[in-house]
Design a protein around this ligand. Structure first.
Ligand code: EPS
Length: 387
């Protein structure tokens, strides 16, 4: 099984990710990982940190001469701020000691209060440093490896922003992988220029008010083979695995596979993707993609569509959310912390990552192999049987 584990705090020394179960012989360079990390830093509405955070990586283990060894791949991502500032050396020091500035006004909507109660902390920083979406940088590094594995069987995964605040892209034409550069060049990672302008205006207006914005991203995967996931048991269903993976992203509160929510209001006669025989490609296809490329918890071989809805960030540049000071129990407003107006464009890159990791895990489960050649050969033999 392909599995991974992240560690590290937002303003600690570094983030770390270990990815285990990749076949040997997969070509990987630091540039492949850096390129994905750079995409995650994109997006209009992010705070000052993204401008200086370099996400400098060290390939600690599992890769030799540009290829995986089959052993665990360990990647360290240094937090430049920890190296730049003595404040964080002290605040986040692993040495015994105590902070002089405990945060005691937990932000509603963040992990602060419940985390303090659960783990017995009296300083919200003990919680927020790990709960922070900074951790997703480590996931994106793992996702870069998953994408490289998927590329071997011609699967591509990418995302675009559908909605930011109330501004929504009503594009009926879905982007293809060759549109990705255009999407990444959009300051809000939107494929529709009219919607893009509205999104930018919403971010500017929220920034002026010291407020934050949520939104919806759509992840598309092309080339997904038939039969990833399974109907045979609840915890093997692909849509279930995708929903869990997407929901695990900080601030995501909703997941939709295909047109799941809209379809629920239709009649059954008009709610399913008709099956047709595609003579030219010698395969079955679906006429529409209402089910988002999954049926019975398995990929159908059609385009996979997964949407993620993110709530507006709980940290505000002008704190107005009512809370209670955990020391005095007096009503107050949540503490002020440097933040982003919106992280929806970056969340799209994280959502791609999570989808890629789930697809890579399931592909690895189906096709297996300790070397990349075995993996690809096993896939080819499956593809041959299917056709
Ligand atoms: C975050 C607050 C901001 C974001 C951060 C997540 O960080 P800081 O407080 O250091 O300015 O920039 O996201 C990242 C650092 C990142 O890499 O995504 C938060 O409160 O969760």
């Amino acid at each position: 099984m392909l599995r991974y584990l992240t560690a590290g705090e937002s303003h600690g020394q570094a983030l770390v990710v270990i990815v285990e179960g990749l076949p040997a012989g997969l070509e990987v360079t630091a540039q492949d990982i850096n390129a994905e990390l750079a995409r995650r830093r994109l997006g209009f509405g992010r705070g000052p940190r993204q401008k200086f955070e370099q996400d400098e990586i060290v390939l600690v283990g599992g890769i030799r001469h540009g290829r995986t060894l089959g052993s665990p791949v360990a990647i360290e991502i240094k937090n430049s701020e920890w190296f730049r500032s003595d404040v964080w050396h002290e605040e986040m020091s692993p040495e015994p000691g105590k902070t002089k500035k405990p945060l005691t006004q937990p932000r509603p909507g963040h992990a602060d209060l419940t985390g303090m109660q659960k783990y017995g902390f009296d300083d919200a920083r003990d919680v927020l440093e790990r709960a922070s979406a900074r951790e997703t940088a480590a996931r994106v590094a793992a996702g870069a490896l998953a994408k490289l594995l998927l590329k071997q069987i011609n699967v591509s995964v990418f995302s675009h922003v559908l909605q930011l605040g109330t501004a929504r892209s009503e594009n009926l034409v879905r982007p293809q992988i060759y549109d990705l550069d255009q999407i990444d060049e959009s300051p809000v990672r939107c494929f529709n220029s009219q919607a893009e302008a509205k999104m930018i205006a919403e971010v500017e207006s929220a920034a002026k008010d010291g407020d934050s914005l949520g939104g919806i991203v759509e992840v598309l995967a092309y080339g997904v083979p038939v039969g990833l996931g399974s109907y045979v048991h609840w915890d093997r269903k692909l849509d279930g695995l995708l929903a869990q993976a997407i929901m695990s992203i900080q601030a995501v509160k909703g997941v939709e596979i295909g047109d799941g929510f809209e379809v629920s209001a239709r009649r059954g006669s008009n709610a399913h993707d008709a099956i047709v025989w595609n003579e030219a490609e010698n395969k079955y296809s679906r006429e529409t993609s209402l089910a988002g490329g999954t049926e019975g918890g398995m990929s159908t071989g059609e385009m996979l569509v997964v949407r993620a809805a993110m709530k507006p960030l709980a940290t505000l540049n002008r704190p107005t959310l009512k809370t209670v000071d955990t020391v005095t129990k007096q009503e107050t407003v949540s503490f002020k912390e440097r933040t982003d107006v919106t992280a929806v464009p970056a969340m799209g890159v994280v959502a791609e990552t999570m989808v890629a990791l789930v697809l890579a895990q399931e592909a690895q489960r189906n096709y297996g192999g300790d070397s990349i050649d075995d993996f690809v050969n096993n896939f080819n033999s499956f593809a041959k049987r299917i056709s």
